[in-house]
Each structure stands twice: as structure tokens, then as C-alpha cells.
Design a protein around this ligand. Structure first.
Ligand code: GBH
Length: 493
């Protein structure tokens, strides 16, 4: 494994070779797309009956937590400019668009009580416009914008959220089911729970790691499974779509040969936490996670493990609840074992792993994104070998800078990552069926506000009309899509 790692590394840096390796044709049925999410682009935060969500609440009441003290009140104004966005998709030539529904447009208070007709009408018009342009809809039900009243009851830590999510999912299937081919229940449960409840990186910035993150995850996985069953039992035969979940996957590479077990443990704590209950035949949380958290909980004097337990009935009803595996992938790190002896209650002391980036790796404006293209190929192979899903959909992959139309570092990132995707599909036979670049537009990047830009199209946020302009990366991606292979590009990171 390690020798192979070194070899791959060496070859990779011999100029030219990696290009020949992987600019083959993508399969004919492979779908290229782009991705966005409701809060990050829509704006119209209080229009047409929409209720307040946790990002409205955070940005309005804790403004200092946002780097440029901005918010998504207007964002890209895509709520009004959706036809313009779809025209951009058309011009790029994508065949699939991944977007999300805003829960508080449909249930303004979160509670299942009289869906808001104006919210539903908006999404019907939007989906009709997509269909008129022959673009397949890939819809996420929950991309982080939880209705604020549900948060006040504890959000995902309160088991009562499960029926609320189920009812929201049902109304979405009922109203949009005929127009949506791919459903994603939840975007990145790890970020929702570990970064939102277990740290202060995302709303609701609860920072109660080792407890709230595990409680959140427990309810979220159940909510996902129930939404799946509703679709499977009632709507699949009507609409014949597919439904799955999207998990954020960093590739963790062993730093030395001794670190292989450590790297696997880190994959299990980060990816397996979500994938093991859903995609394996045993179901339940990964054994290593149960063992490590139980052991530390005992040491700390807890009566029982801080990781909640599923009943056998729950394990069985969660297993197999995904028609495909959705992967958001941006980056990779090296890992080593970290003997953390303090008794802090924290996710990162539970897993006992230290992650490092290599100094020579390029970085995006977001420091957590290191440019490690070979990690993409590795994680795709690992996913297929570990979970054997019938389909993998890459639902996000992208790079941030500080803006500008000549985004050569983004072109270089996409070029190299697409080559590795291509190698995984064509050479390694990993069953990846689609790829969505994050993101179509510059947009509200959570706590980074509008400081870090991920778009292939620039948005001028100082202009009330929010004009969109293609960047070099849009032109590059357009060529990849048209030629169905990765063309020439200058590698700068
Ligand atoms: C995705 O999450 C989101 O789905 C999308 O909405 C977002 O715009 C996009 O990525 C770009 O960020 O090292 O402490 O700084 C990515 C999940 C969130 C994972 C931030 C890493 C960094 C934590 N990432 N997190 S830290």
C-alpha cells in the first residue's frame, strides 16, 4: 500500500504522464452538472410566506460570526433570477442540476401544518423551466437551512424532528415528484452534526462535541431512512426516481506504513459514521467507532456510551435506504495516530487521529481545501470496494479563490480532479454516474460570507441586479462537457 503510494506519487509529479493517463472519453451516459443550495443563492429570505431558518437567524443576530458581516438576504437573488441561472446551465451544456429546496418556504415554521402554496408554486415553476431546457433535476431536501422554530426545540438533537422531516419530505415528493429524477435527503450529515452541533463552524454553532453531534446524527439517520421509505413505498412506482444521501468525504491517507489502521479508523469516524448504517449489510455504526467512544465514555465516568444505540429494528430499517451514494469531495490529508490522553469530551479525542496536510500541496482560499487530485481517485475506489454501491454520484467538488474572471487556479484544480475522476471511471471501473461542480455561481459561503468564491460564474454582489459573468473555469468546463474528455489546461497548483 505504502510503496504503491510512493510510486503513484512519483509518477504523478513526472510532468505529462498523469495527463496521458486520464484524458480518455467519459462514458456516453455519464452526466455532467453543477451544484448550488437554496440559502446560498436564493435570497428573498422573507418573501412569499417563507419562514425564518437557522441561517437567517445566525446572520441577523450573530452578524460578527460572518467574516464580512454579510448574509443571504439577497445572495445571488436566484429566487427571482432562476430563469437566468437555467440559461447559464444551458449554455454550459450540463445535463443535470443539483439544487436544494428551502424547507421554510414550504413549512414556514418547520412544523407540518399547512404547506405554503407560494413556496410550492415557486419550485414548480423552477422545475418546469429546468425541464423545458432538458436539464435533469437532482434535488436536495435539506442543505442546512433548518426552520428556526425547530432549532428552538433542539433541532436535530430532538427526536421529534424525525416526523417533521418525514412530513416535509412527503409534501416535496407529492408536489415535485413527477419532475425530480434524483432525490438527496440530506447534504453532508457530518457537517450538519459535527460542524454545526459539535463545533462552531456552521449554524447552529452549538459547539458541544462528543454529545450533541452524536445525538444529532442519530436522529438525522433515522429521518433519512424514513424519508427513503416514504418515497420507496408510495412514490417510486409513480415517478420512478432515485433517492439517496450525500456524504462529505475527505480522503485520509496513512502518513507512514504504520498508520494504515489509523487511516481506516479516520475514514470510519468521518465517512463510516453515516455510510455504515446505510450502505453495509451489517448496518449500524462502524464497530471501531462504537468501541472507541464506549471506551472513552467509561474512562470519563459516563454511565453509558455517548454514542446512542440503535435497536435491531432500527438497524434493519436503516440498512439499504439509498439507491446511490452521493459524495461531496474536495480534499485529502495524511493521518497519524494521536494518543490523546486528556479526558475531554470531543469527537477528535474520540477518534484519536491527527490529520496533516503536506506543505507542498496547493491551497484554496479556504485553507481546509488542499489540492490533492490523486486523493479523489483513491476515495472513489475505496467507496466502491467498501460499500459496493450500485451507483456513485459526485454531488460536489470545487475550489475557492478570492474572485476574478481569470480563475486559472480553479481551472487547474478542476482539470486535475476531472482527470482523476476519469481514471477512476474508465481505468478502475468505479461506477460513478454523475459529477456536479461546486458551484455554478459565486454565492454565500456560510461563515466565509462572500469572501471566498467557488463559482464558475462571477456574481457582482455590489450591483442590485447581481449580474453573472462566466469565468475561465466556465469556458474550460464547457469544453470538457462538449468534448466529453478533459482537454489541455495549465497546472498551477
Ligand atoms: C460543502 O461543504 C457544502 O455542501 C457547500 O454548501 C459549501 O459551499 C461547499 O462545501 C464549499 O465549502 O477545517 O475547521 O475550517 C464542505 C464541508 C465545511 C468541510 C468546512 C470542511 C472545514 C472546517 N466543509 N469544513 S475547518
Amino acid at each position: 500500500m505504502w510503496t504503491k503510494g510512493i510510486l503513484f506519487f512519483t509518477i504523478y509529479f513526472v510532468k505529462g504522464i498523469h495527463c496521458e493517463l486520464s484524458n480518455l472519453y467519459f462514458p456516453d451516459d455519464f452526466l455532467f452538472g453543477t451544484a448550488t443550495s437554496s440559502y446560498q443563492i436564493e435570497g428573498a429570505w422573507n418573501e412569499d410566506g417563507k419562514g425564518e431558518n437557522i441561517w437567517d437567524h445566525l446572520t441577523h443576530n450573530h452578524t460578527h460570526l460572518i467574516r464580512d458581516r454579510s448574509n443571504g438576504d439577497i445572495a445571488c437573488d436566484s429566487y427571482h433570477k432562476y430563469k437566468e441561472d437555467i440559461a447559464l446551465l444551458k449554455d454550459l451544456g450540463v445535463s443535470v442540476y443539483r439544487f436544494s429546496f428551502s424547507w421554510s418556504r414550504i413549512f414556514p415554521h418547520g412544523h407540518p401544518y399547512k404547506p405554503n402554496p407560494a413556496g410550492i408554486a415557486h419550485y414548480v415553476a423552477f422545475l418546469d423551466e429546468l425541464a423545458a431546457n432538458n436539464i435533469t433535476a437532482m434535488a436536495t431536501l435539506f442543505h442546512w437551512d433548518l426552520p428556526q422554530p425547530l432549532q428552538e426545540l433542539g433541532g436535530w438533537t430532538n427526536p421529534r424532528i424525525v416526523p417533521c422531516f418525514a412530513e416535509y419530505a412527503k409534501v416535496a415528493f407529492e408536489n415535485f415528484g413527477s419532475k425530480v429524477k434524483y432525490w438527496i435527503t440530506v447534504n453532508e450529515p457530518h457537517q450538519v452534526c459535527q460542524e454545526g452541533y459539535g463545533s462552531d463552524n456552521l449554524a447552529p454553532v452549538l459547539n458541544m462535541s462528543g454529545i450533541a453531534d452524536y445525538q444529532c446524527g442519530h436522529n438525522l439517520i433515522k429521518a433519512h431512512a424514513i424519508a427513503y421509505h416514504i418515497y420507496n413505498d408510495t412514490y417510486r412506482h409513480l415517478y420512478n426516481g432515485k433517492i439517496g444521501i450525500t456524504i462529505h468525504g475527505i480522503w485520509y491517507e496513512p502518513q507512514t506504513p504504520k498508520d494504515e489502521e489509523t487511516a481506516d479508523r479516520m475514514m470510519q469516524f468521518n465517512f463510516g459514521w453515516w455510510a455504515h448504517p446505510i450502505f453495509t449489510s451489517q448496518g449500524d455504526y462502524p464497530a471501531v467507532m462504537k468501541e472507541y467512544i464506549a471506551k472513552r465514555s467509561t474512562l470519563q465516568g459516563y454511565k453509558r456510551s455517548r454514542l446512542p444505540e440503535f435497536t435491531q429494528e432500527e438497524i434493519d430499517s436503516i440498512k439499504g435506504t439509498s439507491d446511490f451514494l452521493g459524495l461531496n469531495h474536495y480534499t485529502s490529508y495524511f493521518v497519524t495516530d494521536a494518543k490523546i490522553n486528556n479526558l475531554d469530551t470531543h469527537f477528535s479525542s474520540d477518534h484519536q487521529v491527527q490529520a496533516n496536510a503536506k506543505i507542498s500541496w496547493g491551497s484554496a482560499a479556504a485553507p481546509w481545501i488542499k489540492v490533492v487530485p490523486w486523493g479523489f481517485r483513491k476515495i472513489l475506489n475505496w467507496l466502491q470496494n467498501t460499500y459496493n454501491p450500485s451507483e456513485i454520484h459526485v454531488t460536489e467538488n470545487g475550489f475557492s479563490d478570492h474572485g476574478g474572471l481569470n480563475d486559472t487556479t480553479r481551472v487547474s484544480y478542476f482539470g486535475q480532479y476531472l482527470q482523476n475522476l476519469n481514471a477512476a471511471i474508465v481505468l478502475d471501473k468505479v461506477r460513478v454516474k454523475s459529477y456536479a461542480a461546486w458551484s455554478l455561481l459565486d454565492n454565500f459561503e456560510w461563515l466565509d460570507g462572500y469572501v471566498n468564491r467557488f463559482g464558475m460564474y462571477d456574481v457582482d454582489f455590489s450591483d442590485p441586479n447581481r449580474p453573472r459573468t462566466p469565468k475561465a473555469s466556465a469556458l474550460f468546463y464547457k469544453d470538457v462537457i462538449r468534448n466529453r474528455r478533459v482537454g489541455e489546461f495549465v497546472k498551477v497548483n
